[in-house]
Design a protein around this ligand. Structure first.
Ligand code: FDM
Length: 231
């Protein structure tokens, strides 16, 4: 198997500096002449993405299950592109991915109410449509506490930019992270750092340096085939 490029995902809450950090990292990779493609989910440019955009701006209403499936479909439309970029040697850097999909939907009381027996059923339902998508080699979760987020100023205008929602989303993200980084068969392989939590409440440069420390070991390429999420 010839080496392929790595797939890196940046996840985070609102006000965590996710977009800034992703673009700093992108510029740094480009300055090193590393072939890189920056993607962002939702990709609001496709036909499905336009429906999502209209929903997020509260210009249209959709059932919570239906919008969840549209977010996932929006990733599936880009999945072949992601795989072919990686195998042709272009690093894929992605601002949000399936973990946002699960965290934001599973945080909705209405969706949880569909599965009254256990909260876990809601999580499993949310995860199902994303099973088998290309798996990131590294997911960095930019964590910020609700108090730190508040100090950074108000949330924006979009549908989920509310304090209560963000708190619930953070809880689900942490659950997903525990699941992702728990040792497989009791063996804690230190190379298997697929999910890393970074404290994004610190200075921009400090966070950017830490991100680079995580990404740098991957830029030489990856020897394994592109993995599949939750398989
Ligand atoms: N979001 C994003 C979801 O609810 N599900 C998803 O699958 C994805 C990728 O969309 F509130 C939410 C998260 C956020 C909103 O994201 C748009 P940006 O990063 O603010 O554009």
């Amino acid at each position: 198997m010839p080496r392929r490029a790595p797939f890196i995902v940046i996840e985070g809450l609102d006000r965590s500096g996710k977009t800034t950090q992703t673009s700093l990292l992108h510029s740094h990779l480009e300055s090193l002449k590393i072939s890189t493609k920056l993607l962002k989910f939702p990709d609001r440019t496709t036909a499905i993405g336009k429906m999502i955009d209209s929903y997020l701006r509260s210009q249209s209403e959709l059932d919570d299950h239906a919008i969840h499936l549209l977010f996932s479909a929006n990733r599936w439309e880009l999945a072949p592109t992601i795989t072919s970029l990686l195998t042709s040697g272009t690093l894929v850097l992605c601002d949000r991915y399936a973990f946002s999909g699960i965290a934001f939907s599973a945080a909705k009381p209405s969706l949880r109410a569909t599965f009254p027996s256990t909260e876990n059923d809601a999580l499993l339902w949310c995860r199902a449509p994303d099973i088998s998508l290309p798996a990131p080699d590294l997911t960095i979760f930019l964590d910020i506490t609700p108090d730190q987020a508040k100090l950074r100023g108000g949330y924006g205008e979009e549908r989920y930019e509310k304090e209560e929602m963000q708190k619930r989303v953070r809880e689900v993200f942490h659950r997903l992270g525990e699941e992702m980084s728990s040792p497989v068969d009791g063996v804690n392989d230190s190379k298997d750092k697929r999910w890393v939590v970074v404290d994004a409440g610190r200075e921009r440069e400090v966070v950017a340096r830490e991100l680079w420390q995580l990404v740098e070991p991957l830029i030489e390429g990856v020897d394994e085939e592109v993995g599949r999420l939750w398989e």
